[in-house]
Write a protein of this length. Structure first.
Ligand code: ATP
Ligand code: MG
Length: 119
């Protein structure tokens, strides 16, 4: 069974993205299979993984969350799980900020990640 590690804080600029990136590669280094998920619409983690044009990505975590909210079929994993030097990741983009606004109006939004296949 996989473990989920969340790196988050309301405070900005405290090293969340850098910690996530370094932790992902450190865990991969000791033989763990890692999927890093960028849940920030600033997409700094996505940029760390070498994606240059974040807004050109056809499927990001924002698209997946939106599909879950709208109860649409999710794309194939090959369309949104990227891989760089032995670490898999799901990118983010500004689309996630639209999801954030939409989730505020949804009942039970706080349980969405635990009850769906998203994330
Ligand atoms: N251990 C560290 N030592 C020195 N500088 C660090 C360290 N960790 C992070 N930084 C630097 O601090 C800055 C903020 O880091 P980072 O972007 O990871 O923070 P964040 O919490 O993700 O920010 P945001 O709230 O904007 O998403 C970056 O310039 C990063 O290079
Ligand atoms: Mg960050």
């Amino acid at each position: 069974m996989g473990k989920i590690i969340m790196c988050g804080s309301f405070k900005g600029g405290v090293g969340k993205s850098v910690t996530t990136f370094n932790l992902a590669y450190s865990l991969a280094e000791i033989g763990k299979k890692v999927l890093a998920v960028d849940f920030d619409s600033q997409a700094n983690l996505t940029t760390c993984f070498g994606v240059e044009d974040v807004e050109a990505l056809p499927v990001t975590i924002g698209h997946l969350m939106m599909a879950e909210i709208e109860e649409e079929a999710l794309p194939e994993t090959v369309d949104y799980i990227h891989s760089r030097n032995g670490v898999d990741f799901i990118p983010s983009s500004m689309v996630l900020s639209a999801v954030d606004s939409k989730l505020r109006l949804e009942m039970g939004a706080e349980g969405m990640l635990s009850t769906t296949g998203c994330g």
